[in-house]
Design a protein around this ligand. Structure first.
Ligand SMILES: *[C@@H]1O[C@H](CO)[C@@H](O)[C@H](O)[C@H]1NC(C)=O
Ligand SMILES: *[C@@H]1O[C@H](CO)[C@@H](O)[C@H](O)[C@H]1NC(C)=O
Length: 286
Protein backbone atom coordinates (compact mmCIF):
# COMPACT_ATOMS: atom_id res chain seq x y z
CA UNK A 1 0.00 0.00 0.00
CA UNK A 2 1.36 3.36 -0.97
CA UNK A 3 1.31 5.71 1.97
CA UNK A 4 3.33 8.93 2.11
CA UNK A 5 6.12 8.33 4.59
CA UNK A 6 5.42 11.48 6.56
CA UNK A 7 1.85 10.55 7.30
CA UNK A 8 2.25 6.88 7.79
CA UNK A 9 3.28 6.44 11.42
CA UNK A 10 0.64 8.61 13.00
CA UNK A 11 -2.29 7.60 10.88
CA UNK A 12 -1.54 3.94 10.83
CA UNK A 13 -0.94 3.83 14.51
CA UNK A 14 -4.23 5.30 15.53
CA UNK A 15 -6.55 4.24 12.78
CA UNK A 16 -5.08 0.83 12.42
CA UNK A 17 -5.76 0.67 8.70
CA UNK A 18 -3.73 0.88 5.54
CA UNK A 19 -4.10 3.91 3.30
CA UNK A 20 -4.04 4.38 -0.42
CA UNK A 21 -3.12 7.76 -1.76
CA UNK A 22 -6.02 9.76 -3.07
CA UNK A 23 -6.56 13.47 -2.91
CA UNK A 24 -9.53 14.43 -0.79
CA UNK A 25 -11.69 16.87 -2.68
CA UNK A 26 -14.47 19.26 -1.91
CA UNK A 27 -16.07 18.54 -5.23
CA UNK A 28 -19.61 18.59 -6.39
CA UNK A 29 -22.56 17.02 -4.68
CA UNK A 30 -22.56 14.44 -7.47
CA UNK A 31 -19.13 13.24 -6.37
CA UNK A 32 -19.81 13.22 -2.66
CA UNK A 33 -23.42 12.15 -2.18
CA UNK A 34 -26.13 9.77 -3.30
CA UNK A 35 -29.77 10.79 -3.18
CA UNK A 36 -31.30 7.93 -1.27
CA UNK A 37 -34.98 8.57 -0.85
CA UNK A 38 -37.91 10.75 -1.83
CA UNK A 39 -38.58 9.58 -5.37
CA UNK A 40 -37.14 12.65 -7.08
CA UNK A 41 -37.92 15.08 -4.27
CA UNK A 42 -34.22 15.64 -3.60
CA UNK A 43 -32.03 16.72 -6.48
CA UNK A 44 -28.73 18.31 -7.44
CA UNK A 45 -28.52 21.57 -9.44
CA UNK A 46 -25.99 24.07 -10.77
CA UNK A 47 -23.54 21.43 -12.02
CA UNK A 48 -23.34 19.87 -8.61
CA UNK A 49 -23.02 23.03 -6.50
CA UNK A 50 -26.52 23.06 -5.00
CA UNK A 51 -28.58 20.27 -3.49
CA UNK A 52 -32.23 20.69 -2.57
CA UNK A 53 -34.47 18.44 -0.51
CA UNK A 54 -38.21 18.86 -0.70
CA UNK A 55 -41.10 17.63 1.39
CA UNK A 56 -44.72 17.36 0.42
CA UNK A 57 -47.70 15.55 1.82
CA UNK A 58 -46.65 12.28 0.22
CA UNK A 59 -42.99 12.13 1.20
CA UNK A 60 -39.86 13.83 2.38
CA UNK A 61 -36.46 13.24 0.82
CA UNK A 62 -32.85 12.71 1.72
CA UNK A 63 -29.31 11.86 0.75
CA UNK A 64 -26.18 10.29 2.16
CA UNK A 65 -22.45 10.54 1.62
CA UNK A 66 -20.68 8.09 -0.61
CA UNK A 67 -17.77 8.03 1.82
CA UNK A 68 -17.51 6.97 5.42
CA UNK A 69 -15.58 9.15 7.83
CA UNK A 70 -13.43 8.34 10.80
CA UNK A 71 -12.75 11.83 12.14
CA UNK A 72 -13.11 15.03 10.23
CA UNK A 73 -13.94 18.69 10.27
CA UNK A 74 -16.88 18.65 7.96
CA UNK A 75 -18.64 21.80 6.77
CA UNK A 76 -21.99 22.15 5.07
CA UNK A 77 -23.92 25.29 4.29
CA UNK A 78 -27.67 24.99 4.78
CA UNK A 79 -30.58 27.28 4.09
CA UNK A 80 -33.58 25.96 5.95
CA UNK A 81 -37.27 25.80 5.01
CA UNK A 82 -38.64 29.35 4.92
CA UNK A 83 -42.04 30.72 5.85
CA UNK A 84 -44.38 28.54 7.83
CA UNK A 85 -42.12 25.51 8.38
CA UNK A 86 -43.87 24.27 11.52
CA UNK A 87 -43.73 20.48 11.77
CA UNK A 88 -40.83 20.10 9.36
CA UNK A 89 -37.49 18.69 10.47
CA UNK A 90 -34.24 19.02 8.57
CA UNK A 91 -31.85 16.42 9.92
CA UNK A 92 -28.12 16.59 9.21
CA UNK A 93 -26.00 14.00 10.98
CA UNK A 94 -23.17 11.51 10.93
CA UNK A 95 -23.89 7.93 11.87
CA UNK A 96 -22.25 4.52 11.83
CA UNK A 97 -24.17 1.28 11.42
CA UNK A 98 -25.20 -1.62 13.64
CA UNK A 99 -26.83 -2.00 17.04
CA UNK A 100 -24.04 -0.18 18.88
CA UNK A 101 -23.78 2.71 16.49
CA UNK A 102 -22.26 6.13 17.08
CA UNK A 103 -23.98 9.27 15.88
CA UNK A 104 -23.46 13.03 15.86
CA UNK A 105 -26.66 14.98 15.20
CA UNK A 106 -27.83 18.35 14.07
CA UNK A 107 -31.59 18.67 13.62
CA UNK A 108 -33.44 21.83 12.69
CA UNK A 109 -37.03 22.06 13.84
CA UNK A 110 -39.18 24.44 11.82
CA UNK A 111 -41.72 26.87 13.22
CA UNK A 112 -44.51 29.24 12.30
CA UNK A 113 -43.56 32.24 10.15
CA UNK A 114 -41.55 34.67 12.24
CA UNK A 115 -41.10 32.22 15.11
CA UNK A 116 -37.63 30.88 15.87
CA UNK A 117 -36.18 27.60 14.67
CA UNK A 118 -34.72 25.18 17.20
CA UNK A 119 -31.36 23.55 16.62
CA UNK A 120 -31.32 20.19 18.30
CA UNK A 121 -27.99 18.41 18.88
CA UNK A 122 -27.23 14.96 20.23
CA UNK A 123 -24.36 12.48 20.50
CA UNK A 124 -24.85 8.71 20.49
CA UNK A 125 -22.13 6.33 21.59
CA UNK A 126 -22.56 2.57 21.35
CA UNK A 127 -26.24 3.04 20.48
CA UNK A 128 -26.99 5.24 23.48
CA UNK A 129 -28.03 8.88 23.10
CA UNK A 130 -30.04 10.95 25.58
CA UNK A 131 -27.54 13.78 25.29
CA UNK A 132 -29.73 16.46 23.80
CA UNK A 133 -28.83 20.11 23.82
CA UNK A 134 -31.01 22.62 22.00
CA UNK A 135 -30.38 26.16 20.87
CA UNK A 136 -31.94 29.12 19.15
CA UNK A 137 -29.89 30.91 16.50
CA UNK A 138 -28.67 34.48 16.42
CA UNK A 139 -29.80 34.89 12.81
CA UNK A 140 -32.65 33.77 10.56
CA UNK A 141 -31.49 30.39 9.19
CA UNK A 142 -34.03 30.57 6.36
CA UNK A 143 -32.86 33.92 4.94
CA UNK A 144 -29.50 32.70 3.71
CA UNK A 145 -26.90 29.95 3.82
CA UNK A 146 -25.00 29.36 7.06
CA UNK A 147 -22.23 26.90 7.80
CA UNK A 148 -22.85 24.00 10.17
CA UNK A 149 -19.74 22.08 11.14
CA UNK A 150 -19.12 18.78 12.83
CA UNK A 151 -15.53 18.74 14.04
CA UNK A 152 -14.86 15.24 15.30
CA UNK A 153 -11.37 14.22 16.32
CA UNK A 154 -9.86 11.89 18.93
CA UNK A 155 -10.07 14.60 21.60
CA UNK A 156 -13.54 16.05 21.16
CA UNK A 157 -16.61 16.58 19.03
CA UNK A 158 -17.26 20.27 18.42
CA UNK A 159 -20.53 21.54 16.93
CA UNK A 160 -20.04 24.89 15.20
CA UNK A 161 -22.37 27.36 13.52
CA UNK A 162 -20.66 29.85 11.20
CA UNK A 163 -17.40 28.93 12.91
CA UNK A 164 -18.76 29.62 16.41
CA UNK A 165 -18.67 26.61 18.72
CA UNK A 166 -22.01 25.93 20.36
CA UNK A 167 -21.27 22.59 22.01
CA UNK A 168 -18.36 20.27 22.81
CA UNK A 169 -18.50 16.60 23.69
CA UNK A 170 -15.11 15.67 25.08
CA UNK A 171 -13.40 12.34 24.93
CA UNK A 172 -13.77 11.19 28.52
CA UNK A 173 -12.99 7.54 27.91
CA UNK A 174 -10.50 7.63 30.75
CA UNK A 175 -13.44 8.44 33.02
CA UNK A 176 -15.60 5.67 31.65
CA UNK A 177 -17.65 7.69 29.15
CA UNK A 178 -17.88 6.03 25.75
CA UNK A 179 -16.51 8.03 22.81
CA UNK A 180 -16.67 7.33 19.07
CA UNK A 181 -13.19 6.22 18.08
CA UNK A 182 -13.51 3.27 15.76
CA UNK A 183 -16.74 3.11 13.78
CA UNK A 184 -16.68 5.07 10.52
CA UNK A 185 -19.74 7.21 9.92
CA UNK A 186 -21.56 8.37 6.82
CA UNK A 187 -23.18 11.76 6.52
CA UNK A 188 -26.96 11.72 6.19
CA UNK A 189 -29.46 14.45 5.66
CA UNK A 190 -33.18 14.52 5.16
CA UNK A 191 -36.18 16.77 5.20
CA UNK A 192 -39.25 15.16 6.73
CA UNK A 193 -42.38 15.87 8.67
CA UNK A 194 -42.79 15.30 12.39
CA UNK A 195 -45.58 17.55 13.52
CA UNK A 196 -46.54 15.02 16.18
CA UNK A 197 -43.55 16.10 18.27
CA UNK A 198 -41.43 18.69 16.57
CA UNK A 199 -43.45 21.80 16.96
CA UNK A 200 -44.61 22.95 20.35
CA UNK A 201 -45.26 19.40 21.47
CA UNK A 202 -47.44 18.63 18.46
CA UNK A 203 -49.86 21.48 19.05
CA UNK A 204 -48.96 23.18 15.78
CA UNK A 205 -49.66 21.09 12.69
CA UNK A 206 -47.87 21.23 9.38
CA UNK A 207 -49.68 23.53 6.96
CA UNK A 208 -49.56 21.64 3.69
CA UNK A 209 -50.81 24.62 1.72
CA UNK A 210 -47.17 25.79 1.92
CA UNK A 211 -45.83 22.55 0.42
CA UNK A 212 -43.51 21.65 -1.12
CA UNK A 213 -41.11 22.68 1.62
CA UNK A 214 -37.49 23.13 0.60
CA UNK A 215 -34.11 22.95 2.32
CA UNK A 216 -30.98 23.87 0.35
CA UNK A 217 -27.36 22.78 0.69
CA UNK A 218 -24.12 24.23 -0.66
CA UNK A 219 -20.34 24.29 -0.15
CA UNK A 220 -19.87 20.85 1.32
CA UNK A 221 -16.25 20.63 2.49
CA UNK A 222 -14.66 17.44 3.77
CA UNK A 223 -11.06 18.30 2.91
CA UNK A 224 -10.12 18.02 6.58
CA UNK A 225 -11.20 14.48 7.21
CA UNK A 226 -10.20 10.84 7.11
CA UNK A 227 -12.58 8.90 4.94
CA UNK A 228 -12.91 5.77 2.95
CA UNK A 229 -14.68 5.21 -0.31
CA UNK A 230 -17.38 2.64 -0.97
CA UNK A 231 -14.75 0.08 -1.99
CA UNK A 232 -13.18 0.56 1.46
CA UNK A 233 -10.14 2.43 0.14
CA UNK A 234 -8.95 4.92 2.77
CA UNK A 235 -8.28 8.44 1.57
CA UNK A 236 -5.16 10.05 3.00
CA UNK A 237 -5.80 12.72 5.57
CA UNK A 238 -3.67 15.27 7.29
CA UNK A 239 -3.18 14.08 10.81
CA UNK A 240 -0.24 16.27 11.76
CA UNK A 241 -0.01 17.63 15.26
CA UNK A 242 -1.27 21.11 14.54
CA UNK A 243 -4.11 20.10 12.30
CA UNK A 244 -7.83 19.70 12.90
CA UNK A 245 -7.06 16.18 14.08
CA UNK A 246 -5.71 17.37 17.42
CA UNK A 247 -7.43 20.68 18.07
CA UNK A 248 -9.60 21.58 21.00
CA UNK A 249 -11.19 24.96 21.70
CA UNK A 250 -8.88 27.88 22.41
CA UNK A 251 -9.73 30.51 25.02
CA UNK A 252 -11.46 32.78 22.53
CA UNK A 253 -13.64 29.92 21.32
CA UNK A 254 -14.51 28.90 24.86
CA UNK A 255 -15.66 32.50 25.38
CA UNK A 256 -17.80 32.30 22.26
CA UNK A 257 -19.34 29.01 23.32
CA UNK A 258 -20.12 30.36 26.78
CA UNK A 259 -21.87 33.30 25.13
CA UNK A 260 -23.97 31.02 22.92
CA UNK A 261 -24.86 28.70 25.78
CA UNK A 262 -25.82 31.60 28.02
CA UNK A 263 -27.85 33.49 25.42
CA UNK A 264 -29.22 30.82 23.08
CA UNK A 265 -29.33 27.43 24.77
CA UNK A 266 -32.91 26.36 25.52
CA UNK A 267 -32.36 22.77 26.65
CA UNK A 268 -29.48 20.90 28.27
CA UNK A 269 -29.70 17.24 29.28
CA UNK A 270 -27.18 17.95 31.99
CA UNK A 271 -29.63 20.16 33.88
CA UNK A 272 -32.92 18.30 33.34
CA UNK A 273 -33.64 17.07 36.86
CA UNK A 274 -37.18 15.98 35.97
CA UNK A 275 -35.99 13.64 33.28
CA UNK A 276 -32.98 12.30 35.15
CA UNK A 277 -34.02 12.18 38.81
CA UNK A 278 -31.39 9.51 39.49
CA UNK A 279 -28.61 11.85 38.43
CA UNK A 280 -27.13 13.01 35.18
CA UNK A 281 -24.86 11.24 32.73
CA UNK A 282 -21.28 10.95 33.96
CA UNK A 283 -19.92 13.53 31.54
CA UNK A 284 -22.21 16.16 33.05
CA UNK A 285 -20.06 16.11 36.19
CA UNK A 286 -16.69 16.21 34.43
C1 LIG B 1 -41.67 28.05 17.94
O1 LIG B 1 -41.79 29.33 18.49
C2 LIG B 1 -42.38 29.33 19.79
C3 LIG B 1 -42.62 30.77 20.19
O2 LIG B 1 -41.42 31.53 20.22
C4 LIG B 1 -41.45 28.60 20.75
O3 LIG B 1 -42.00 28.58 22.05
C5 LIG B 1 -41.24 27.20 20.26
O4 LIG B 1 -40.31 26.52 21.06
C6 LIG B 1 -40.76 27.19 18.81
N1 LIG B 1 -40.75 25.81 18.33
C7 LIG B 1 -39.70 25.24 17.80
C8 LIG B 1 -39.88 23.84 17.34
O5 LIG B 1 -38.64 25.80 17.71
C1 LIG C 1 -11.56 2.31 -5.16
O1 LIG C 1 -12.12 3.58 -5.47
C2 LIG C 1 -11.19 4.59 -5.80
C3 LIG C 1 -11.93 5.90 -6.04
O2 LIG C 1 -13.18 5.91 -5.47
C4 LIG C 1 -10.43 4.18 -7.06
O3 LIG C 1 -9.47 5.15 -7.36
C5 LIG C 1 -9.75 2.84 -6.79
O4 LIG C 1 -9.12 2.40 -7.97
C6 LIG C 1 -10.75 1.80 -6.33
N1 LIG C 1 -10.02 0.61 -5.93
C7 LIG C 1 -10.45 -0.62 -6.25
C8 LIG C 1 -9.60 -1.74 -5.72
O5 LIG C 1 -11.44 -0.82 -6.92
Amino acid sequence: MAVPATKKPLLLSFLGFGFFVLVASAGSFYESFDITWGDGRADIYESGQLLTCTLDKVSGSGFQSKREYLYGKIDMKLKLVAGNSAGTVTAYYLSSKGATWDEIDFEFLGNLTGQPYTIHTNVFTGGKGDREMQFRLWFDPTAGFHTYTVHWNPLNIIFLVDGIPIRVFKNNEKNGVAYPTSQPMKIYSSLWEADDWATQGGRVKTDWSNAPFRAHYRNFDDKSSCSRTSNLTWVTCDGNKNSWMWTTLNDRQIGQMNWVQKEFMIYNYCTDYKRFPQGFAKECYL
